[in-house]
Ligand binder design. Sequence first.
Ligand code: HEC
Length: 108
Amino acid sequence: MRALLLAGVILTACGPSAIPQATAGDVARAQARWPDSSEQQLNQGRRAYLVHCGGCHSAVPPARFGASAWQGYVERMAGKAKLADPDKDLVIRYLQIAARPDSAAEAH
Ligand code: HEC
């Protein structure tokens, strides 16, 4: 019981898991939208996100915003972040898949 409680605390703490690796479920959702998606490609987007978007401020956890908000943030910051295609496209894919569901984002 104590171990379970502890696990809950660790999961909700801010750590590297706030920028999660792609899971099999993520890949399936990505492929529904972009048929050429793969786990390797989503994680390439994750790495590019950490490299380009974690310099000025720490990389914002994908779950903080919904998918459509992320598209806007990446477009707005891409110039400053020196992030160009194809990496930019991969970062958008990674963030949109790891994002908070849009319905929850609208609810605020
Ligand atoms: C050159 C520095 C710089 C880089 C590189 C950068 N940002 Fe930012 N970012 C900022 C600044 C400054 C702010 C706060 C002011 C603003 O919102 O414009 C900010 C704010 C944000 C916010 C809003 C956070 C909040 O809680 O409201 C998000 C999301 C964000 N950045 C995402 C990104 C993404 C995605 C990238 C990579 C494409 C990126 N940033 C790269 C400087 C940077």
